[in-house]
Design a protein around this ligand. Structure first.
Ligand code: CO8
Length: 258
């Protein structure tokens, strides 16, 4: 598969997607979003891949939806054709863990893309924001929903209503990012984290991802019941037998991902 606006490659059991529209600071258009979707399809179908990293450039993870392309849209262009937002959910529906490795700007749709991923690892140069208000519009790919869940109502309101950016340290304090690392080690750290995850049993990793997502997408009782049932289901996997036997026998587990 050849791509024009992303690079898709594999590093061991990790799939790596690099947004590659540097002159436009990785601004997101239909083609970028579709190419990300196609790359995710490939990684999901590949039994040799256990986790995925999405990254951008040193200057920008993604500076948002392509403003030039949207500038003259009518309501019908946006509503009927679902520009950009049409294929967005593909990141969310990915069953394998996805890590966003963010350096530089993650603004508007760029921040929304990062938040769709399961873990954000930020370079100390990262800056996050939802500046749509400055353009006379609002977040359209989950920003008003995922940001308050990540950082709380007060900070989400302030960020969306003022359009100001927050730096990596503030984003970590607020709970948006899992970890801040020096910029020159970002990819290495993200790939190492993805590699660790990909070394575990894939079905168990998928069960954990699905269960944690319940905490954000439903009520507490439903989430607790879901977690309990998936915990029970893990005893039907060979990897649970192997993982616990290895512990008892004081050896390294040999997960077969089934
Ligand atoms: N769209 C298109 N082009 C962009 C974008 C963008 N979002 N951001 C930057 N660029 C382009 C610039 O036009 C410029 O192009 P050129 O060299 O041809 O003039 C190039 O990238 C470099 O940008 P700057 O010269 O502006 O670089 P600076 O370092 O001076 O500034 C900033 C960097 C602060 C990031 C600045 O470029 C900026 O403010 N960009 C816009 C950020 C923004 O408003 N983002 C939100 C967009 S709206 C949105 O995302 C809505 C989401 C709705 C849901 C859809 C899902 C995607």
């Amino acid at each position: 598969m050849t791509y024009e606006l992303i690079i898709a490659e594999t590093r061991g059991r990790v799939g790596l997607i690099t947004l590659n529209r540097p002159k436009a600071l990785n601004a997101l258009n239909d083609q970028v979003v579709n190419e990300i979707g196609t790359a995710l399809d490939g990684f999901e179908a590949d039994d040799g891949i256990g986790a995925i990293v999405i990254t951008g450039s040193e200057k920008a993870f993604a500076a948002g939806a392509d403003i030039g392309a949207m500038a003259s849209f009518s309501y019908m262009d946006a509503y009927k054709n679902e520009y950009i937002t049409r294929n967005w959910e593909r990141v969310k529906t990915c069953r394998k863990p996805v890590i966003a490795a963010v350096a530089g700007f993650a603004l508007g749709g760029g921040n929304e893309l990062a938040m769709m991923c399961d873990i954000i690892i930020a370079a100390d140069t990262a800056r996050f924001g939802q500046p749509e208000v400055k353009l006379g519009t609002l977040p359209g790919a989950g920003g008003t929903q995922r940001l308050p869940r990540a950082v709380g109502k007060a900070k989400a309101m302030e960020l969306c209503l003022t359009g100001r950016m927050m730096d990596a340290a503030e984003a970590e304090r607020a709970g948006l990012v899992a970890r801040v690392v020096p910029a020159d080690t970002l990819l290495e750290e993200a790939l190492a984290t993805a590699g660790t995850i990909a070394g575990y049993s894939l079905p168990i990793v998928m069960m954990i991802k699905e269960s944690i997502n319940r905490a954000f997408e439903g009520g507490l009782n439903e989430g607790l019941l879901f977690e309990r049932r998936v915990f029970h289901a893990s005893f039907a996997t060979n990897d649970q037998k192997e993982g616990m036997a290895a512990f008892v026998e004081k050896r390294k587990p040999d997960f077969r991902h089934d």
